[in-house]
Design a protein around this ligand. Sequence first.
Ligand code: NAP
Length: 254
Amino acid sequence: MGSSVVFITGATSGFGRACAYRFADAGWSLIISGRRKSRLDELERELGARVPVHSIELDVRESDAITAAVTALPETFKRVTCLVNNAGLALGAGPAQESKLDDWHTMIDTNVTGLVNVTHALLPTLIESGAGASIVNLGSVAGQWPYPGSNVYGASKAFVKQFSLNLRCDLLGTGVRVTDIAPGMAESEFTLVRMGNDQNAYDRLYNDTTPLQPEDIAEQVFYVATLPAHININRLEVMPVRQAWQNFAVDRDT
Ligand SMILES: NC(=O)c1ccc[n+]([C@@H]2O[C@H](COP(=O)([O-])OP(=O)(O)OC[C@H]3O[C@@H](n4cnc5c(N)ncnc54)[C@H](OP(=O)(O)O)[C@@H]3O)[C@@H](O)[C@H]2O)c1
């Protein structure tokens, strides 16, 4: 019997990278994926000395490539115990009427279609793993709470929330758990990607407060994936203490 195997999408940065470290700390075998090969290579060099690591250069939008990569998994990585569907992004923070349609398509293709692609490809092995296996989807507070400029990003994360709950219904009896982890503000490249590499926007968001760190989320992911096999956390919303909601906005004449 080999070690447990975790398949992480978007392992080249932020939460996904922190998850690779967290699961490696516990001796899990890692399948790490993302588009940036140099980062995957670096991670494989760093963690490969401690645990078995298989890296896959993968764009989650490409369903045929995902199927091929899953089919070609080396024997010792074939039985996946946990899928961390983490790859995702936001593009832009302006109002819908000023957004680029291409950005909307990219968010839907990545956060919705990409997550569905990977899930579909790995469901057979997860079901084979059975009791104790998990799918941990990275949603967002944006999937539950509206805010200006969230438009398609938030809607894509609402999909993640509902898809996670619906999967629970279908997987009843298989032993496979499903969790939607929904973080609030967390410090990562996410904001550089969202704001077109604008370092000032990044600094404005994270300076003078205490955002979540990728390691905080990795700890939650590891927690839900290693609970006793009879427990399913359906949705876990995590915010920094220094983040909360504000009033409803009202349009007035004066
Ligand atoms: N940071 C936050 O405040 C926050 C809050 C709530 C939820 N989230 C969600 O948490 C997840 C991780 O975010 P993060 O903060 O860790 O952001 P991040 O540091 O920007 O990491 C995003 C990861 O997704 C990967 N990715 C993006 N597009 C991809 C594609 N088409 N195919 C494969 N991989 C792709 C990136 O890898 P490559 O570029 O190498 O492909 C990268 O590894 C996302 O789903 C995000 O929406 C973030």
